[in-house]
Design a protein around this ligand. Structure first.
Ligand code: ZN
Length: 62
């Protein structure tokens, strides 16, 4: 299951949550209870993936 990161535009609270793809995106902040203030943060440069990519590149360049 993918992990989604959300950031609250109101209080700045950031958190990760594991959701199924079919689950609706969250809209309410669990911290300050603000409604419709969450935005989904897309982590394009995920650390684990980047490390794996480097290792693969090294192996391939042998
Ligand atoms: Zn908040």
């Amino acid at each position: 299951m993918p992990t989604y990161s959300y950031e609250c535009k109101k209080c700045g609270h950031e958190f990760d949550i594991v959701q199924r793809i079919v689950d609706d995106a969250l809209t309410d902040c669990p911290e300050c209870k603000a409604k419709d203030e969450l935005k989904k943060v897309i982590k394009a440069g995920d650390g684990g993936f980047a490390l794996k990519g480097k290792g693969w590149f090294k192996t391939g360049g042998y």
